[in-house]
Design a protein around this ligand. Structure first.
Ligand code: AMP
Length: 120
């Protein structure tokens, strides 16, 4: 694959991670700098740079992110109590890694959305 993003290297195992889920469409692993008790990144195996680059053909894979989010939330025991899903997009969205991913944050009450400078 020509686009070797940081997350592609994690998915391929070149860079180590604590993987909690993997299938043919997505991979989930612990964020290296957790912003909550539980902070998991759910990443598309296909290295689409951001939501700004999604195509209709990606619909199944992108919908699958939510199915896996629910599964992980169930595994964590927070599916009923609640959690937060975040997708940062582009420079103004403070997206650091140009490879589509969903943040799953959980562990107690998360509060409202932070100020724009509160990077999540
Ligand atoms: P974003 O700013 O939405 O692109 O989020 C990128 C996330 O990747 C941040 O929360 C980082 O802490 C996380 N991250 C960066 N490098 C690693 C890594 N090697 N393993 C796990 N998470 C990482």
């Amino acid at each position: 694959m020509s686009e070797e993003t940081l997350f592609t290297k994690i998915i391929n195992g070149t860079i180590p991670s604590k993987t909690v889920y993997h299938d043919d469409l997505v991979t989930a692993f612990l964020d290296i700098a957790p912003k909550a008790e539980h902070h998991i990144l759910i990443v598309t195996n296909k290295p689409i740079p951001s939501v700004a680059h999604v195509e209709p053909e990606d619909e199944k894979m992108l919908g699958h992110l939510f199915i896996v989010a629910r599964k992980i939330a169930e595994d964590l025991g927070v599916n009923e109590s609640g959690y937060r899903l975040i997708v940062n997009v582009g420079k103004n969205g403070c997206q650091e890694v140009p490879h589509i991913h969903m943040h799953l944050l959980a562990g107690g009450y998360l509060g409202g959305f932070g100020f724009p400078n509160d990077k999540i």
